[in-house]
Design a protein around this ligand. Structure first.
Ligand SMILES: [Mg+2]
Length: 223
């Protein structure tokens, strides 16, 4: 059974994804699908349409791998300074509604909270700097340092070794279904799908996983 609501009495550890889960994915979508194609078109003398087509094909070839989120890889491949470009649009980085009260409530209940992201260290640093969320976590792990993306079982094995989390007493919130599947395969019990990952796109759908639009829906009740 994967579609079950979180039982806060049995949960000890909360694993949270960053982009789309805690933060509005609008920033990432806009950056990769609009801002980068525009800059790429300028440099290579292409139309926006041509640049977008070429880039989307390029992105697809690396989805679900560590290259996908490696800013140095993309800077090199595209001939653009990707970290510098991100800074130019960093005003779009935003925390989803109800995230901060949720993190505070879970922490007050004595649960351990870990941020686990496929994002590259440079992206992580920029986002933590813009949102001031880093103090809310007991630990922050990137799949680059764990050695495998979250789509792979290996990532959860290394994370369990590093944090000692018990999959039966763990909740994972994610906006990527493939990652929830990999976590289910590893035995993580409480899997929450963030259906509304971007403020500028309609909510997604999942019948397989317990789905929420915002963290208000699974806010633990404090006594
Ligand atoms: Mg995500």
């Amino acid at each position: 059974m994967t579609n079950i609501p979180p039982d806060w009495n049995s949960i000890e550890v909360v694993l949270l994804d960053m982009d789309g889960t805690l933060l509005d994915k609008h920033f990432d979508d806009h950056f990769w699908e609009e801002y980068v194609p525009r800059r790429y078109a300028e440099i290579h003398g292409l139309s926006i349409r041509e640049a977008t087509d070429r880039l989307l094909e390029h992105y697809r070839a690396h989805e679900g791998t560590l290259n996908w989120t490696d800013l140095d890889f993309w800077s090199d491949q595209l001939g653009l300074d990707i970290p510098a470009l991100k800074r130019q649009v960093d005003h779009l980085i935003a925390v989803h509604p109800h995230v901060v009260p949720f993190l505070d409530a879970v922490r007050r209940m004595g649960k351990k909270i870990y941020l686990v992201t496929n994002a590259h260290g440079k992206t992580l640093d920029l986002k933590m700097e813009k949102t001031s969320l880093s103090g809310k976590f007991h630990g922050i792990y990137t799949s680059h340092e764990l050695g495998a993306p979250k789509e792979q079982r290996r990532c959860w094995e290394v994370l369990r070794y590093r944090t000692g989390f018990d999959p039966e007493r763990t909740l994972l919130a994610e906006d990527t279904l493939a990652i929830l599947e990999s976590a289910a395969g590893f035995g993580i019990r409480y899997l929450v799908y963030i259906a509304k990952s971007s403020s500028s796109r309609p909510a997604g759908r999942s019948t397989r996983f317990y789905s929420i639009d915002t963290f208000r829906e699974i806010m633990p009740e404090e006594r």
